[in-house]
Write a protein that binds this ligand. Structure first.
Ligand code: SAM
Length: 279
């Protein structure tokens, strides 16, 4: 049977039954079965004919099919061999769909050619890898737009502002490079099987002056945030190989109160750390 565009709930369960496939929890296999949310995912990334789109975890290809139908050229990476084989058959002969069978943590841009034009990312992410995957995307070529389905807690962490309990290094890296739109709540009934956690769709749009932090700054910030209950002056003194850089940074930002906790430090100050850590 041929499937065009996105899949209906009954097509999704029929395909799974036909494949003898029980959705795997370890791969976060909660398939989208809601046409409005599929449409919204494309709309938030402003998908138009001719766009180049990376997709993580195409599953049975419901977003992939909708993207292809909208005229996008898709690069998708799926870890599950059985689903990959199904997708290969489903999109056989469609030169706008490029699939690879790999771990998205090894191929975070799904095999997108290095010389490709600007691109977007649309993905209903496997929730277990959303943060490490994004960590691999952000230092590289930045997509123009992203529409990411996330576990609610991750969406709130990604969109957090300094001063909130969820503020973390990934919030800084993202907000330096992207305008972060308010996340859109998605009901568990939009997936098969229903996930046990809440989900949100997060739209991101690259800034004109998008900034990325060096690898070293990112490592230092992660080390600092791992002590989020401590004051920054104490963290700096006890940060081992990062101590000197942190102490130099504190000298360069006299307006930063020494008793600040990492989550209250603003992007402006983290940017100063990046300057010092790059020297
Ligand atoms: N895109 C499909 C949809 O919306 O119905 C499926 C989304 S499902 C939440 C996540 C998909 O990611 C599954 O197909 C799963 O097998 C795949 N996956 C899980 N871990 C992965 C990884 N590390 N790399 C690539 N794909 C992965």
């Amino acid at each position: 049977m041929e499937y065009n565009g996105q899949l209906s709930p009954s097509q999704t369960t029929d395909i799974l039954r036909g494949l003898g496939h029980i959705p795997l929890k370890k791969f976060g296999q909660n398939f989208l079965i809601d046409a409005n949310i599929v449409r919204k995912s494309l709309e938030l990334a402003e998908i138009a004919r001719g766009d180049i789109v990376v997709e993580i975890g195409p599953g049975l290809g419901t977003l992939t099919g909708a993207l292809a139908e909208a005229g996008a050229k898709v690069y998708a990476v799926e870890i599950d061999k059985r689903l990959f084989d199904f997708l290969t058959k489903r999109f056989c002969g469609n030169e706008n769909v490029n699939l690879i069978n790999a771990d998205a943590l090894d191929r975070p841009l799904a095999g997108l050619p290095d010389n490709s034009a600007d691109f977007k990312i649309v993905a209903n992410l496997p929730y277990a890898i959303s943060t490490p995957w994004l960590d691999r995307v952000l230092p590289g070529r930045l997509p123009q737009k992203m529409s990411l389905m996330l576990q609610k807690e991750a969406a709130l962490r990604f969109a957090a502002r300094s001063g909130s309990g969820e503020f973390s290094p990934i919030s800084v890296f993202l907000s330096e490079a992207y305008d972060i739109m308010p996340p859109h709540k998605v009901s568990a009934s939009c997936f098969y099987p229903r996930p046990a956690v809440d989900s949100m769709l997060l739209p991101l749009s690259r800034k004109h002056d998008a900034r990325t932090f060096s690898q070293r700054t990112r490592e230092i910030m992660r080390a600092v945030f791992s002590k989020r209950r401590k004051q920054i002056s104490t963290i700096a003194k006890n940060a081992g190989e990062y101590s000197q850089t942190l102490l130099d940074w504190l000298d360069s930002v006299p307006d930063l109160p020494r008793n600040s906790r990492p989550e209250t430090i603003s992007n402006r100050h983290w940017r100063e750390l990046d300057k010092i850590a790059r020297k």
